[in-house]
Write a protein that binds this ligand. Structure first.
Ligand code: CA
Ligand code: CA
Ligand code: ZN
Length: 575
């Protein structure tokens, strides 16, 4: 049996690894700038992974004899240009500590954009952004509370910032014309503590954490929070009575306000909001007839939450520093060659942003490298763009590569692109997103959190069955004629409780009626951790899956009848 298996890729890998002296493997791992203790940790971790890999590849070689990964794609897709050496080289930059976790709006993310664009230029990929550039702008607003310029006193008592109160990042003054509204939630066909009130110029006072039982759905759609009601009704401000003063939750909200919150779009008019702890609440409610102690208690009865207007002397000025900035999606275009079909576009996307850094004691790891999330998709797109740009034969339809910003902050870049596209979305044949395809169970430590990872040669395919059966069958047809990977569609189900099909950058495109698919390798122990680093990436898997996606992309760009023509079945489609 072993003799038969030596012809396959797994055994070649095994043979190489056994020939190489083990010390050489270990010495090449890690970063020369690391302190020795951390480097040592990595070596040990890597040594464990390597041992597991040897065992796993032996087993895998014999269990999966039909996987022949080196084969050319029958449909002519230039898959050979995609290889693990290039993928690793790109990843060494994209996931390096120098890029500081590629947070949206950060210098690290700008450097990543620069890297992507300079490669697109080398390969002759055309600009696909606005005004003949590679960039598609995402306007952002960042606001932070300035504690020194923020002063609050109620009924003659000066409150201490951080102890007695904290503030939201919305500048302004509050009025002393107050309305107590209990929990403060307004629910259609349900609770409405505001019935019959004119809130113009008034300050809403509500109890934090007293939301009505059974509240379902999303704020703004299914119910309104006090802040949303205040904005809708022209109130002057919101004061939340919050017994959690001094708790970790309180401290976290305080530092978030001071660090600055990044939001998409231009600065929006809003309503200033304060949270008062027990001391502030007592001062505010003195003389109102409301029982501050009871309202700050662990259980608040409905009787205590009855609406009541009252007056108090409130002097509150919140100073907020607001900065506007622009982050960018990066777009590269390969124009189609067919006179008619070139007007149609196939879009391939991956987010190049991640979650940045956190403060840690000196010598500890504070950088979220995002090697898998979504360094893997970022470098896969780069290598595929190179492959198509260098191929003498170009596809019939146009292909647009988009590296999205702001995904980690709520699909901001992809939503902005769909709102202001640089191609005609009504003529977009299909959209593919790659997010986290660089990890496998075989090459990851054997811990519970890694059990939801794919195996080598397997990838989760999410979306096409939900959005477009025509796209689903095209993808499976290409795969069956080529590498025969395990395209696992277990999450490709409108009833999937994880709703993975709505959780990456393909979704805003699916919402406007574009057949969409999402390639995903599963979550793992290093998901959104500082340890999501290059050492844990399985570059063989990344190569295999990238080639599979390239073959599918190629087919979608050349097939006579696009999946779009068959219509979509997205249950939530707007378009
Ligand atoms: Ca993420
Ligand atoms: Ca790190
Ligand atoms: Zn991601």
């Amino acid at each position: 049996m072993l003799i038969i298996c030596t012809s396959c890729r797994f055994m070649q890998l095994y043979a190489q690894k056994t020939r190489r002296p083990p010390t050489q493997n270990l010495m090449s791992v890690g970063n020369d700038f690391d302190p020795p203790s951390r480097n040592m940790q990595r070596m040990l971790r890597f040594a464990v992974v390597q041992r597991r890999l040897l065992v796993a590849t032996l087993a895998g070689a014999c269990l999966a004899p039909s996987l022949v990964f080196a084969q050319a794609a029958p449909n002519g897709a230039p898959v050979e240009v995609v290889d693990r050496v290039k993928l690793r080289a790109h990843m060494e930059f994209i996931a390096s500590d120098l890029l500081e976790g590629r947070d949206t709006g950060s210098r690290g993310l700008q450097l990543a954009a620069k890297y992507i664009v300079s490669h697109l230029k080398q390969w002759g990929v055309q600009p696909g952004g606005v005004d003949g550039t590679y960039f598609h702008p995402l306007p952002m607003t960042s606001s932070r509370v300035v504690p020194d310029g923020t002063k609050v006193s109620v009924n003659g008592k000066a409150l201490v910032y951080g102890e007695d109160y904290i503030a939201d990042t919305q500048p302004g003054q509050l009025s002393g014309d107050l309305v107590f509204v209990g929990h403060g939630y307004r629910v259609p066909n349900g609770d409405n503590p505001y019935a019959g009130l004119d809130l113009k110029g008034k300050t809403i006072v509500a109890v934090a954490g007293a939301a009505p039982a059974g509240l379902r759905g999303r704020p703004g759609t299914d119910y309104e929070t006090p802040a949303l009601v205040a904005r809708a009704e022209g109130a002057a401000g919101v004061i939340m009575l919050d017994r959690r003063a001094g708790s970790p939750n309180w401290t976290q909200r305080r530092s978030r306000s001071e660090a600055g919150q990044m939001r998409p779009g231009r600065p929006q008019p809003g309503v200033p909001a304060l949270s008062l702890g027990p001391a502030g609440a007592t001062a505010l409610l003195s003389g109102s007839g409301l029982d501050a102690d009871a309202l700050m208690g662990a259980t608040v009865t409905p009787e205590l939450l009855k609406t009541k207007a009252f007056r108090a002397e409130v002097s509150a000025a919140i100073q907020v520093d607001t900065q506007e900035s622009v982050s960018h999606n990066v777009c590269g275009l390969i124009p189609g060659t067919d006179p008619t079909l070139k007007a149609e576009t196939v879009i391939l996307g991956a987010h190049y942003d991640h979650v940045g850094m956190r403060e840690v004691p000196a010598g500890q790891d504070g950088i979220f490298n995002g090697a898998d999330d979504d360094g893997s998709g970022t470098v896969a797109l780069l290598n595929m763009a190179e492959a198509i740009a260098k191929n003498p034969v170009k596809p019939k339809r146009s292909i647009l590569f988009i590296w999205f910003t702001g995904e980690e902050r709520g699909l901001l870049g992809s939503r902005e692109f769909v709102a202001n596209p640089t191609v005609d979305l009504s003529k977009t044949a299909a959209m593919f997103t790659i997010d986290m395809i660089g990890r496998t169970k075989e090459t990851s430590p054997d811990v519970p959190a890694n059990q939801s990872l794919v195996n080598k040669g397997q990838i989760f395919l999410i979306g096409p069955k939900v959005f477009s059966p025509a796209l689903s069958s095209l993808m499976n047809r290409v795969n069956d004629s080529y590498q025969k990977l395990n395209l696992d569609q277990r999450y490709d189900d409108p009833n999937d409780p994880n709703r993975f099909w709505a959780r990456s950058d393909h979704y805003p495109f699916a919402e406007v009626g574009i057949p969409a698919a999402f390639f995903f390798g599963g979550t793992h122990a290093d998901y959104h951790q500082v340890s999501d680093e290059i050492e844990l990436i399985d570059f063989e898997q990344l190569e295999i899956v990238s080639r599979a996606i390239l073959a599918i992309l190629w087919e979608t760009a050349n097939t006579p009848v696009s999946p779009r023509a068959a219509g979509t079945t997205n249950p939530n489609a707007r378009g």
